[in-house]
Structure formats: structure tokens, C-alpha cells
Design a protein around this ligand. Structure first.
Ligand code: RIB
Ligand code: CA
Length: 360
């Protein structure tokens, strides 16, 4: 794939670069790093996303909150603590959150992330302890303390964020934005309709997309274009320091897990792509959509349905009697910017350089 070329996802060609470079503008104007809370279910790709964020001066990770998803919370929380410690960032509070979705049974993904969530790579238990504050309390408190100056990065099922919005609806007007890895306008990865994070907790995703908070959705349309390869593993192995070593161990292990030891190509790096868009906004191209989450389908629950323009309409009404004049349209209102184009080369350039630069 040639460098600098935007790869459209499975959608129409990209149109405009999303109102750009909030963090870059902030830095340029001496505005300093962007405050972010990362809500995560580590998770192999979550691990890369966390390490990238903690190694990027454009971002100030003010908290990490763990949620059940790829593996149970009993693993995602200790994995989050380990990764914060590996990055030498014991200054970052880590809170435990929801151990199950809002109303559904937890479905995990050990098949993709290994039984321990980190492709079976064993790191010593962290000395760092989680804070006592539950994730949703911490999110509400920190958002109120940094009103309009905190971005929530959701890279797992959105249960913690939905709980926070339920607990304190007013924070909906105080969160500056949500950048999330989730959803798809071109088919799911768990069912033909649903991407994993929205599949696990469709109700939570629906609450987040109805919150009115500015959302950037980084879905499978673009994350399918950033696949880990043996070349990336070699670059990580050549890096110096604990972060590069840990990333290399996880990368090597997941390559073996996914496609056998001799494979050149591994899993998609969904979550770090979402984080990268905060560091280098030119990596992704976004387009305005109205996104609604299917929550009642017995086959399609978790599907992110997108309208690019009106008329927006739902399924035919269930009333048995009578005829409804025309479809039941409702007002089109874009509620998200959806990533539709990606410069994969720029993404890997950023990811590998940040994880391998000398440091801790
Ligand atoms: O569908 C990919 C998403 O589900 C990623 O966040 C991955 O970590 C899993 O949680
Ligand atoms: Ca994840």
C-alpha cells in the first residue's frame, strides 16, 4: 500500500478531512496536551492503544478505566494496571468498571486475545493498585472537574461510559468529545451486522450515540485496513526499552495465535487507530452520519446503522390494522463523524516510532 494514500473503507470516497487537528492546534497554540480518559478492555489491540497514548506528548492520559469485554474484568483490570506500569506511568489512576454489559450476558473474545487477554504473554502482576473509585464515578468526577476539557476514548464495550451518563446526565454537556473504536457501516466482525464492542453492549452504545456528545466513530470500515504484519513485529523487536519489548512480545504471540507461526499477516489494530486520530488527525478522514444502534434485533443487535442524509426512517410499524401512508420518516440529524478513509502507512509510522523510541 503506497504511503500517504487514503484508503477509503468500504464506503463512498472520502470527502472532507474532519475539522482537523484539535490536539495539533492546541499544541501549536501552546494549548498543551489534550486530556483524555481511556476506557478499555485489554485486549491485545487495547494494549497497543494504551502504550501509544502514554508515549505521546500530544495526549495527557488523566485516567484509565477498565471494562469487561475481550476478557472478563478480572483480567482486563490487572492487564490495564500492568500496561500502565510497563509504560512507567504509575501517575495515572486506574479504575475498575463494569463486569458485565448493562442488560446482556457478557460475551468475551479469548479466541482473538488469548485466555489472559494479552495473547498468552505473561507479565508479572503489577505493583500498582487500582483506585477505590468505580469507573463511572471517576468519569463523572473528572468530567465535572475538567468541564469541556476532557475527551473520553472508548476502545471497549461502552458500558462504563453509558453508566456514567445515566448516573449524571449533565456530564453529557461537559464531555468535550468521545473518540471510540466501534461499529461499522460495512458489516460486523462478530455477526454480519455487529462489530464486537457494540455487539457486547448495544444498549450502552445506543445511550452514547443519543447523548449529544460530539462523537468520532472509528469503525471496522477503516480498522480493517491496519493489519499487523511480521515486518511490524520485527520493528518492535528492534526497539529499545520496556515498552517496545512488551509490545514486541504481544505482537509476536498474537501473530502465532492468529494465523500460525509462519504467517506474514496478523490481527487488525483497531484500538490504536482510534487513538492515533487524536495524535495525527490526518491519519483518518471523517464524514458526517446519523448513527443509530440496533438493540432489538435477535440477529442484528449491535449493528450501527448510518444515514448520510435524510429521509431517515425506521422499519415498518407493527400495527396489524390499516395502512400507514408512506414510511415513517423522522428528521435526519448527523450525530457522529464516522471514519471512512485511512492512511495506513502514516498510522504504522506513528505507532512503531512512538513504541520504539528510546525511553523507559
Ligand atoms: O471489534 C474490535 C474491538 O473489539 C476492539 O476494541 C477489540 O479490542 C475488541 O474489544
Ligand atoms: Ca478493545
Amino acid at each position: 500500500m503506497s504511503g500517504g494514500v487514503f484508503m477509503s473503507g468500504m464506503l463512498s470516497s472520502p470527502r472532507t478531512l474532519f475539522g482537523a487537528t484539535q490536539s495539533a492546534d492546541a499544541l501549536a497554540a501552546g494549548g498543551g496536551a489534550q486530556n483524555i480518559i481511556i476506557d478499555t478492555d485489554p485486549g491485545v489491540d487495547d494494549a497497543f492503544a494504551l502504550l501509544l497514548a502514554m508515549r505521546s506528548s500530544e495526549l495527557k492520559v488523566v485516567a484509565v478505566t477498565a471494562v469487561a469485554g475481550n476478557v472478563p474484568l478480572s483480567l482486563t483490570l490487572p492487564n490495564a494496571l500492568r500496561l500502565v506500569e510497563i509504560a512507567g506511568r504509575q501517575d495515572i489512576p486506574v479504575a475498575g468498571g463494569a463486569s458485565s454489559p448493562l442488560i446482556r450476558k457478557l460475551v468475551t473474545a479469548a479466541y482473538a486475545h488469548g485466555n489472559n487477554g494479552l495473547a498468552g504473554v505473561e507479565f508479572p502482576p503489577a505493583r500498582l493498585q487500582p483506585v477505590k473509585e468505580p469507573a463511572s464515578d471517576l468519569i463523572c468526577r473528572m468530567v465535572r472537574e475538567n468541564a469541556r476539557n476532557i475527551c473520553i476514548v472508548g476502545i471497549g464495550p461502552l458500558t462504563n461510559i453509558a453508566l456514567a451518563l445515566r448516573q449524571d446526565p449533565e456530564i453529557g454537556s461537559m464531555v468535550s468529545s468521545i473518540v471510540l473504536m466501534g461499529g461499522s457501516l460495512s458489516g460486523g466482525n462478530v455477526t454480519p451486522a455487529a462489530e464486537f464492542n457494540f455487539y457486547v453492549d448495544p444498549e450502552a452504545a445506543s445511550i452514547v450515540f443519543s447523548s449529544g456528545i460530539p462523537i468520532r466513530m472509528v469503525g471496522l470500515d477503516v480498522t480493517r485496513k491496519v493489519q499487523l504484519t511480521a515486518r511490524h513485529v520485527q520493528a518492535l523487536q528492534a526497539g529499545k526499552g520496556r515498552v517496545s519489548e512488551a509490545a514486541a512480545r504481544i505482537a509476536e504471540a498474537v501473530m502465532k495465535m492468529h494465523r500460525g507461526a509462519d504467517s506474514e499477516r496478523g490481527p487488525n489494530l483497531h484500538d490504536p487507530l482510534a487513538v492515533s486520530s487524536l495524535i495525527r488527525p490526518d491519519i483518518l478522514i471523517f464524514e458526517d452520519y446519523q448513527i443509530e444502534i440496533e438493540t432489538t434485533g435477535s440477529i442484528t443487535a449491535g449493528e450501527s446503522v448510518g444515514w448520510k442524509h435524510g429521509p431517515a426512517r425506521h422499519s415498518a410499524p407493527m400495527e396489524t390494522a390499516g395502512v400507514t401512508e408512506g414510511p415513517n420518516d423522522f428528521l435526519f440529524r448527523a450525530n457522529a463523524k464516522v471514519a471512512t478513509g485511512v492512511d495506513s502507512e502514516k498510522f504504522f509510522e506513528l505507532l512503531i516510532s512512538r513504541l520504539t523510541t528510546d525511553g523507559i
